[in-house]
Design a protein around this ligand. Structure first.
Ligand code: SF4
Length: 343
């Protein structure tokens, strides 16, 4: 049996960056306090100690309104304080094993804005999907430390939505309305954003000819959730144009997603069985599954090797394996080794 692993399988740039950020800050905070409380990190320690070196967080971090050590903070606002609880706003990645690993390091997940409202101290990491603008304000208002791991590709969409809706332009966003990334993007808008889930949904929109002239514009800006299915996006463009809209397309599907989807489609097309590894709530994993299933009927979506349902009697010669952007390397390797050795 030939087993082929997609080159693009596993963590994308944005997820890797976010997970690394959380791990690093969790490890920093789990270590002995780097300084006596309320003094700049390291400066009160012995010069012989390893810990005498000031520890810096190089990613953007904003100590919000801490009253102590004002002068030192003004000179260097990135200095670590004493040990604090690290929270992520929502799971940092849609993968249970990663969340478990982070939880073992003391990282807690905030599930809602209400939970955030009850926090009194700590570091809040904003995950790669991003959050609505108001969440940043809440974190600062509560005097919490903000560590922003929003993927730069998501930030770009948030910026466009804020600017375009701010100018009164009509914005359509291809994506899943319940997905946190989409909820976060909508939370940067200065006006209405219409979310289009799929081509069928696009068909149900009014024809541009039926809009009230002078009140409703035919001109629309069309963006996409970063993990949106590229084929569905093309279909939505065609449907909107057919309905008479003047569509200004800004393709914001992330290149990591496009490459992953394109490679998965080709791989599924030449495989007798296809495995897509990823979390059950990972949107990009589900899309990979749909793409692979369309090319290879024998496609399975699995979270770990335990979900595999291969029958060694099946006449399978080529197995393709891909994985969502939130699937860690260890899980992919475990599946790869299992398939290579057991079948
Ligand atoms: S936008 Fe792309 S690189 Fe960023 S987190 Fe999403 S899939 Fe990963």
């Amino acid at each position: 049996m030939k087993v082929e692993l997609a080159k693009t399988a596993g963590f994308c740039f944005g997820v890797q960056r976010a997970v690394d950020m959380v791990l690093r800050i969790a490890e920093e905070e789990a270590a002995e306090p780097l300084k006596e409380p309320n003094c700049p990190a390291g400066y009160s320690q012995s010069q012989n100690s390893e810990r005498s070196k000031p520890t810096l967080i190089k990613e953007p971090i904003f100590p919000a309104g801490s009253p102590s050590c004002q002068n030192s903070e003004q000179q260097n606002p990135t200095l670590l304080k004493e040990r604090r609880t690290v929270y992520t706003f929502g799971p940092v990645v849609h993968n249970e094993s990663v969340i478990r690993k982070l939880s073992e390091k003391g990282v807690k997940v905030i599930g809602s804005e209400e939970e955030l409202d009850s926090l009194r101290e700590g570091i809040v990491v904003i995950r790669a999907h991003g959050v609505p603008e108001r969440v940043y304000q809440k974190i600062r208002d509560r005097g919490l430390v903000l560590l922003d791991a929003t993927c730069p590709f998501v930030q770009k969409i948030q910026r466009i939505v804020r600017e375009r809706t701010g100018r009164g332009e009509k914005v359509f966003l291809a994506g899943s309305v319940s997905h946190p990334e989409v909820q976060g993007i909508i939370g940067w808008a200065r006006g209405d954003v219409t979310v289009i889930s799929d081509p069928e949904n696009a068909k149900s929109l009014p024809d541009a000819g039926d809009l009230v002239p002078g009140e409703q514009s035919r001109d629309v800006v069309l963006l996409a959730q970063t993990t949106f299915n590229a084929d569905n996006f093309k279909q939505i463009i065609a449907i909107l144009e057919k309905k008479g809209y003047h569509v200004h397309v800004i393709n914001t599907i992330c290149s990591a997603t496009l490459e992953r989807q394109a490679e998965a489609e080709i791989l599924a097309g030449r495989s007798d069985a296809m495995l897509v590894i990823g979390g059950s709530s990972s949107s990009n994993t589900k899309k990979l599954f749909e793409i692979c299933k369309a090319k290879c009927q024998n496609t399975q979506l699995i979270q770990t090797v335990k979900d595999l349902k291969f029958n060694s009697d099946e006449a399978i010669r080529n197995v393709g394996i891909t994985a969502g952007a939130s699937t860690p390397k260890e899980i992919i390797e475990e599946v790869l080794t299992y398939v290579r050795t057991k079948f």
